[in-house]
Design a protein around this ligand. Structure first.
Ligand SMILES: C[S@@+](CC[C@H](N)C(=O)[O-])C[C@H]1O[C@@H](n2cnc3c(N)ncnc32)[C@H](O)[C@@H]1O
Length: 275
């Protein structure tokens, strides 16, 4: 279900135009609000799994004249992020192709490490957090925000749509990812040796007619696409009948005046212990 040229063959979401459009709507204000009070001019910051970089450029703006480095395994994402930074005149943002479990940076070299919707897709959570800890300066701050797909919903559900979140979660799990890791960030950060952890939760919601149309189009063009159906059937997590039922329920949802949907996230701020 990923592009054949992808450097991240087990990255469940893939890099279709629909998914890119979805990621590009994200901003530091919409998806990293918990971090805003901690952003200060002059910080040196790293964005793990930056994707198309729309959150990264917001971070870069907030820490000017500090440097922002974004890392993603997928060269096409690094190219998009670089283009978005350049178009926005964000000269303090640089993007690199790399693996967040093997970062191309020196020890103790960042004031801030940020990750949004990336640990969900990385099999070895502790390997990624150990690298984040290594590159952070003593006393440096880590901010992670990850989804809790099991607590996300569309209403009305027609007693069918909830199944879509379960199928998606099983797909992520089949790719060795963690569809509900947003719930467990505190535990993972403690285990990785971070201290002074503050955890909270928030939703990204879809309620206006435009938002409902938009979210339905993501579900239809991505989740109900032939690629995802094939992958789900190959993994044995759904049948054609499940997808047909979901397609019918989604049509009802779009035209319901009560349509509302929300994706749940857990988020945590923590610190590398001072020396
Ligand atoms: C859901 S996207 C999130 C992008 C961005 N953080 C955002 O929230 O808009 C996840 C990104 O993580 C990247 N990724 C997955 N595993 C990675 C790894 N081990 N190292 C670097 N990037 C990785 C994928 O290529 C993808 O661009």
């Amino acid at each position: 279900m990923t592009e054949p040229t992808s450097a991240t063959p087990h990255y469940t979401m893939g890099f279709s135009e629909t998914i890119l459009r979805h990621s590009r709507r994200r901003t530091v204000h919409s998806h990293a609000a918990h971090l805003l009070p901690h952003l200060k001019p002059g910080l040196r910051a790293l964005d793990l799994g930056c994707g198309p970089g729309t959150i990264s450029v917001g971070l870069a703006k907030a820490i000017e004249p500090g440097e922002l480095h974004g890392v993603d395994m997928e060269p096409s994402q690094v190219a998009v992020a670089s283009a978005i930074a350049e178009a926005g005149g964000q000269g303090n943002a640089t993007f690199h192709v790399g693996d967040v479990t093997d970062l191309p940076f020196d020890d103790d070299s960042f004031d801030l490490v940020h990750g949004h919707a990336v640990l969900t897709y990385i099999p070895d959570t502790q390997a990624a957090l150990a690298e984040a800890r290594r590159v952070l300066k003593p006393g440096g701050l880590i901010s992670i925000r990850e989804a809790v797909y099991g607590s996300s919903f569309l209403a009305p559900d027609y007693e069918v749509i909830g199944l879509a979140w379960s199928i998606f979660s099983e797909l992520v799990t089949a790719d060795d990812g963690h569809p509900n890791i947003g719930k467990d960030l505190k535990r993972h950060l403690l285990q990785a040796g971070f201290t002074n952890i503050t955890s909270s939760a928030s939703f990204t919601s879809y309620s206006t007619a435009d938002e409902v149309d938009y979210f339905a189009s993501v579900i239809k063009d991505w989740f109900l696409s032939a690629d995802v159906r094939t992958a789900a059937m190959e993994y044995g997590v759904a049948t054609q009948q499940h997808f047909d039922n979901l397609e019918r329920a989604l049509k009802r949802w779009i035209s319901s005046p009560n349509a509302f949907g929300a994706v749940a996230y857990g988020e945590s701020i923590a610190y590398k212990p001072p020396r």
